[in-house]
Design a protein around this ligand. Structure first.
Ligand SMILES: Cc1ncc(COP(=O)(O)O)c(C=O)c1O
Length: 389
């Protein structure tokens, strides 16, 4: 080989030119560098139930290590259908209406790729989870941003109605909501159903925090509203429910006609999701107690964290659901949210996420998001540091 020849990697035009390193990676890196308590990225710092790990071990040792059916292990799809029916009163057929996915992230991308054609519009309520917009762009669609009401983060149905157009293909609804920790009510769902009645608009319902709703309220799954269920893809995640975010197993529930299209993309996207985890989850979810006890488990942590924060100079926003707690820091600093969160990580030793990153235009409200899915001692250490400000 001639050493003087330089082989050149062809330049490519980015499909996602706006996307860089996510703030979650940046803040986690900064937290590590400064020994900060990481309340930034949303994942537990405690382990899952050892029974779940034993069930994976058992599945692997009993030879359940090859490709499962494309749509998911039948026992798991049956378990998911039974759970949805028990909780929300809507029966999905495990054969034609439930699909096991590689986490909620893949389910959302696949639902968008399966339904959004180039030029279609998809309504995204802001602030929003960061994968929605790039997913829509990859499908050739256009994200139409509609802000949730400032201050309360409640859906503004007048604004949603104004954003609907003949090109609207879908609306993404996330309840309980990341990052604001608000929860949609039955009345919100009724109004959404009424608004969409004369349209062909689909709903992609991101319900990954379905088992984290507090103070006796119930999770308003779109499955509870038959009119919405008929036009909805429901997405959920075992990662959130069973403290195994790294397993990346989730699911999609949708009427058969929508599921058929979803599976066409799923088949050539991931094809199947890992077998032993699916068998383990099927065995584990036969007992409903872990998901039924989750609201109390996280409500206790939320209350512990809020009681500690009440002694600091942060102003607490409500946390009705999810495992997030937003705080207003305007009494402490008038720095931008990104600058404040970086300062908090470096100088105070607690990592948080700026709310502005959940807005495409980087809207500033002096609000930061903490994740309280942490051991009590982690929360206590964070509070001790935050109280010094
Ligand atoms: C609102 C929302 N949707 C989806 C996901 C992704 O879930 P999964 O890890 O199952 O892909 C997350 C994770 O943070 C989330 O907060």
């Amino acid at each position: 080989m001639n050493a003087s020849i330089e082989f050149v990697t062809p330049r490519i035009e980015s499909r996602l030119p706006q996307v860089g390193t996510t703030i979650f990676t940046v803040m986690s890196g900064l937290a590590l560098q400064h020994g900060a308590v990481n309340l930034g990225q949303g994942f537990p710092d405690f382990d899952c139930d050892p029974k779940l790990v034993d069930a994976v071990d058992q599945a692997m040792r009993s030879g359940l290590n090859q490709y499962p059916p494309m749509t998911g292990v039948p026992a798991l799809r049956e378990g998911i259908a039974a759970k949805i029916e028990a909780l929300y009163g809507h029966r999905y057929d495990p054969g034609s209406e439930i699909t096991v996915t590689a986490g909620a992230t893949q389910a959302i991308l696949t639902a968008i790729l399966a339904t959004v054609h180039p030029g279609d519009e998809v309504i995204v309520l802001e602030p929003s989870y960061d994968s929605y917009e790039p997913n829509i762009v990859l499908a050739g669609g256009k994200a139409v941003h509609v802000p949730l009401d400032a201050g309360t983060f409640r859906p503004n149905f007048g604004a949603i109605a104004a954003a609907l157009s003949p090109r609207t293909r879908a609306i993404l609804v996330n309840t309980p909501h990341n990052p604001s920790a608000t929860v949609w009510t039955a009345e919100d769902m009724r109004r959404l159903a009424e608004l969409l009645r004369p349209t062909n608009v689909l709903v992609i319902a991101d319900e990954v925090y379905e088992h984290m709703v507090y103070d006796g309220a119930q999770h308003e799954s779109v499955a509870r509203n038959p009119e919405l269920a008929a036009r909805s893809f429901i997405v959920s995640s075992f990662g959130k429910t069973y403290h195994v975010t790294g397993w990346k197993v989730g699911y999609l529930a949708a009427p058969a006609t929508l599921t058929t299209e979803f599976r066409k993309v799923h088949q050539f996207n991931v094809f199947t999701v890992n077998t032993p985890m699916q068998h383990a989850l099927a065995a584990y979810m036969a007992d409903p107690r872990p998901h039924l006890e989750l609201p109390a488990f996280y409500q206790r942590k939320r209350d512990l964290f809020r009681a500690g924060l009440a002694k600091t100079r942060f102003k607490l926003l409500p946390s009705e659901g999810s495992y997030f707690q937003c705080v207003d820091y305007s009494a402490i600093s008038d720095a931008s949210e990104i600058d404040f969160c970086q300062w908090l990580t470096r100088e105070v030793g607690v990592a948080a996420i700026p709310l502005s990153v959940f807005y495409r235009g980087g809207f500033e409200q002096r609000i930061a998001r903490f994740c309280f899915a942490k051991k009590d001692e982690t929360l206590a250490l964070a509070i001790e540091r935050l109280a010094r400000i």
